[in-house]
Design a protein. Structure first.
Length: 223
């Protein structure tokens, strides 16, 4: 069992029960893995949020590169793994990893935050640095336009929630204001948060994953 770096945050959540190493979040995720690996039943995670990120990722990389002055780099497709984890970072530069996150809309973009808003992304970067040997990483939030077909779905969804017979101009304008940003300077639509390699964190990950593997093996024996 090897954990994807993007899922390390689930494993690293703290248990609410004193004396237990693995949290309920971690156990739930490990159960899903055990079922997938034993019976081929995979819990797919796809939504309009991930759809936007997948569609707009290349544009977001280009915008982040312009704003942050990153050297030219194509999106990485090299897969890395060790005995514990696996993953494919977005960008691998000479001295750092850069991972791009497309914010869903204008309300989920970190306009004012000084610290990384999502702890799961921290652990994802620790994993990538461990795999690649880099000592620094940046998580870059990008506020890019939502694709039109998704915007249209959101307009219909919002109109339905308002019990409108027909979509009103007010509703359409409201949705578009949350999803279209070309009128805002690119410099204001890119926020970067730096993560430094912490070897103590790697040891924490190793310890948690050893317990995760024990729990995983227990589950496998029951399936």
């Amino acid at each position: 069992m090897k954990i994807r770096c993007s899922s390390l945050g689930k494993i690293m959540t703290s248990s609410r029960n004193k004396g237990e190493v693995l949290s309920q979040t971690a156990k739930t995720y490990i159960k899903e893995l055990a079922i997938e690996h034993t019976h081929g039943i995979r819990k797919e995670f796809s939504s309009r949020y991930t759809d936007k990120g997948n569609i707009q990722e290349n544009y977001a990389i280009e915008m982040a590169s312009r704003v942050l002055g990153l050297p030219f780099a194509l999106k990485n497709d090299q897969y890395f793994e060790n005995e514990f984890i696996k993953g494919t970072p977005d960008l691998i530069l000479e001295d750092e990893i850069v991972d791009i996150k497309c914010s869903w809309d204008g309300t989920t973009f970190p306009w004012f935050e000084d610290e990384l808003p999502n702890k799961d992304y921290y652990w994802q970067m620790i994993g990538y640095m461990w795999l690649t040997g880099k000592k620094r990483a940046r998580i870059v939030y990008c506020l890019v336009d939502t694709p039109e077909d998704i915007v249209q779905d959101e307009i219909r969804r919002t109109s339905w929630k308002k019990f409108e017979i027909d979509v009103t101009e007010e509703t359409e304008n409201e949705v578009r204001a949350k999803h279209e940003f070309s009128h805002i300077s690119e410099n204001k639509r890119v926020r970067a948060f730096q993560v430094e390699l912490n070897y103590a964190n790697i040891e924490q990950v190793k310890e948690k994953l050893l317990h995760a593997k024990e729990y995983y093996n227990e589950l496998i024996s029951k399936l």
